[in-house]
Design a binder for this molecule. Structure first.
Ligand code: ADP
Ligand code: MG
Length: 256
């Protein structure tokens, strides 16, 4: 069974891409077959995975807007690791999608067959609740929500939950919350307060593991490496390793 997980939060800089990249890497280390889809025009997941512009033939824009086959755009990055890269062209997709019939379900349709080859499909999203994110929520089985441990975290989360509920009512009733992941936590009082508030409001859905602020996580992508290869003994690597374990055990239970 394939699990399609959308990483979403309309706020930028909360750790979506960092989580997508390191979750992908952690799943690979546990012999899972992974497809990473980059739906953010900023293409940070694409470059962070070590894909250069020269390697890209077609991208997620070509798939969504120009009706290219997913297969033609996928880059084989490593054993068991494929990537559907993004491009800056995708910035125009929000507007171009509005002209399309079935505009919210194009990604779902396009990956329907291809996804079966993988254990996990991870979709990295732009920092907005526009048509790109909607496409990924429609195509997903679950949403993983990275939340930065700082003021106003709950406000953004309420808005996102509303959108998720709308998606459930209008076309993807099976969508679940994979989990809420507190990121960039520190030992400050405010960080601890925000974590405990989110846990209070979303106790069922919040991961036990939190991702600490760790500079190694910022450095790794510029080398095209995951945190496990770049700094395997860092606090970031330990935390992401725990997250991967939580996700595998949760999904293993569901699937057996
Ligand atoms: P998003 O995809 O939600 O915009 P990113 O994953 O790109 O967020 O993270 C935003 C910035 O914060 C990046 O520079 C990234 O390297 C950094 N970052 C993410 N998570 C952490 C962390 N746990 N500790 C330190 N820096 C982090
Ligand atoms: Mg990002």
């Amino acid at each position: 069974m394939t699990k399609v997980i959308a990483l979403a939060n309309q706020k930028g800089g909360v750790g979506k891409t960092t989580t997508a990249l390191n979750l992908a890497a952690g799943l690979l280390r546990r012999d899972q077959k992974v497809l990473l889809i980059d739906l953010d025009p900023q293409s940070n997941a694409t470059s962070g995975a070590g894909i250069t512009k020269e390697e890209i033939v077609f991208n997620s824009y070509d798939v969504l807007i120009s009706n290219r086959a997913v297969k033609s755009a996928i880059i084989h990055r490593a054993d068991n690791f494929d990537i559907l890269p993004s491009s800056t062209e995708l910035a125009g997709a929000e507007i171009e999608l509005t002209k399309k019939k079935d505009r919210q379900k194009i990604l779902k349709r396009k990956i329907a067959k291809e996804k079966e080859k993988y254990d996990f499909v991870l979709i990295d999203n732009p920092p907005a609740l526009g048509l790109l994110s909607l496409n990924s929520l429609m195509a997903a089985d679950s949403v993983l929500i990275p939340v930065q441990a700082e003021y106003f975290a709950l406000e953004g989360l309420a808005q996102l939950m509303k959108t998720i509920n709308l998606v459930k009512e209008h076309g993807n009733s099976g969508l679940t919350i994979e989990g809420i992941l507190m990121t960039m936590t520190t030992h400050t009082k405010i960080s601890r307060q925000v974590v405990s508030e989110v846990e209070k409001h979303f106790s069922e859905d919040t991961y036990h593991v939190t991702i600490p602020r760790n500079v190694r996580l910022t450095e790794a992508p510029s080398f095209g490496q995951s945190i496990f290869d770049f700094a395997g003994f860092s606090s970031g690597a330990r935390a992401y390793n725990k997250l991967v374990k939580e996700i595998i055990s949760k999904n293993g239970e569901e699937q057996s």
